[in-house]
Design a protein around this ligand. Structure first.
Ligand SMILES: NC(=O)c1ccc[n+]([C@@H]2O[C@H](COP(=O)([O-])OP(=O)(O)OC[C@H]3O[C@@H](n4cnc5c(N)ncnc54)[C@H](O)[C@@H]3O)[C@@H](O)[C@H]2O)c1
Length: 391
């Protein structure tokens, strides 16, 4: 099956850019050596849905070295780096399905094509593969799956899908929650926002919607840059926590009215919708850092606006009496406008992915079926190994 990517001539740029990431990912590097020595993935056909970017590429190199017979890689929406896709597509035993501006329909089409092949292992993000398997019901079942993120777990539960195979939820690992979500995402969201806008953050009224692991980190990092941060969360206890942490908290319409910048990070859809336009300050900037762009009802907002591009990654939506700005079509701002989470953080996160995949294959389906957290011993081992690396 041929790759579908933007531009194969970017392969050399993709290769050149990768060395820095390889050098800065010692945990994945050591696991990649282990995969190679033990040939953990020998003969296995693996479907991966992940952000196509350099850190993912370093991790995928290990899966290939570990003997995978073939990898089908589907990109996540709005976050594909064209040069990384070109590099990966140039490798043997790889099919890459991901373009920078893929639509939801393109994404679904790729997933349908992947399901035509008998897959041994899913390494999923946002439950794309798991939901496609449930929807299309091919006559095979994978040995198991990893699901990377909160949104994926929420979708599996919302759609009442009961996978007939083990699904290790990487996001249920304290390592991921406490390091990637609470620390890494905040730093990279501020970075992505600044790269997209080049604006001063000091003095801006920034509204963070969703104050979970990611949102609390996003709020903290914006506050650290001098922004006046406001928080809204559906959960009243979490709102209270945000208030006790020192943020301005009020009902959603009240905080929207005050906001210069609104960032969604909830795992829910349509958190900002056309019926909120009446509360918008003129020229409010909208961005998302949740997994799916649907946290902002972009289609609904655009139907009510004339749309002009004012900068790479920024569109101006002009309504009858005011305008707003939308960053990267609400794709996760840290990945769409920057390089995603800090390298050390993804060294950990992708290390968890590999260790969980090894467990699924080594135990040969002895894990229980359905959703489950990363085994506790894996969390401990990854934390100890990372601590040794950071010393
Ligand atoms: N951009 C990235 O790099 C990145 C990395 C990790 C996770 N994520 C994504 O970020 C999102 C949040 O993840 P998390 O780990 O913080 O989850 P979480 O469950 O810890 O927190 C989500 C919070 O949002 C609140 N919430 C849900 N729906 C809401 C709504 N409609 N309005 C207001 N608040 C609402 C919940 O009450 C909860 O407190 C998910 O989509 C996850 O997949 C993104």
């Amino acid at each position: 099956m041929k790759s579908i990517i933007d531009n194969q001539s970017l392969e050399k740029t993709g290769i050149e850019r990768l060395q820095w990431f390889r050098d800065m990912m010692p945990l994945v590097d050591s696991i990649n050596d282990y995969l190679d020595n033990e040939q953990i993935f020998k003969g296995k056909i693996i479907a991966i849905c992940m952000h196509i970017e350099p850190k993912t590429a370093v991790w995928i190199e290990g899966i290939l070295r570990g003997g995978a017979k073939h990898i089908y890689l589907v990109g996540c929406l709005g976050t594909t780096k064209e040069d990384t896709a070109a590099y990966l597509a140039s490798l043997d035993r790889m099919t890459v399905l991901g373009k920078k501006n893929d639509t939801y329909e393109d994404h679904q089409n790729y997933l349908t094509q992947v399901m035509d092949h008998k897959i041994d292992l899913f390494l999923d993000n946002g439950a794309s593969l798991i939901l496609a398997h449930d929807r299309l019901k091919p006559d095979w079942t994978p040995i198991g799956a990893n699901e990377e993120t909160r949104s994926g777990k929420l979708l599996i539960e919302k759609e009442k899908v009961s996978p007939d195979y083990p699904v290790v939820v990487i996001d249920d690992s304290p390592v991921k929650q406490l390091l990637e979500n609470a620390i890494g995402v905040g730093q990279s969201v501020v970075d992505g926002f600044m790269r997209a806008t080049s604006l001063l953050l000091g003095g801006k009224q920034v509204l963070v919607i969703g104050y979970g692991f990611c949102g609390s980190g996003v709020a903290k990092k914006f506050k650290g840059q001098g922004a006046n941060v406001m928080v809204y969360d559906l959960n009243p206890t979490i709102r209270l926590k945000a208030k006790a942490d020192g943020y301005y908290v009020d009902d959603l319409p009240e905080v929207i009215k005050k906001a210069d910048v609104i960032i969604t990070v909830t795992g829910s859809f349509d958190v900002i919708r056309p019926d909120h336009i009446k509360y918008f300050k003129p020229n409010v900037i909208l961005a998302n850092s949740g997994h799916y762009s649907f946290e902002i009802d972009v289609k609904g907002l655009k139907e009510k606006a004339s749309v002009t591009r004012v900068k790479k990654d920024i569109e101006k939506l002009t309504f009858t009496d005011k305008s707003c700005y939308l960053i990267a079509d609400a794709s996760p701002v840290n990945l769409a406008c920057g390089d995603g989470n800090p390298i050390e953080i993804m060294d950990l996160g992708l290390g968890l992915q590999s260790a969980s995949a090894i467990r699924i294959l080594e135990t040969d389906n002895q894990l229980k079926k359905g959703l489950q957290a990363v085994p506790v011993d894996i969390d401990k081992k990854i934390s100890i190994d990372m601590m040794a690396i950071l010393k």
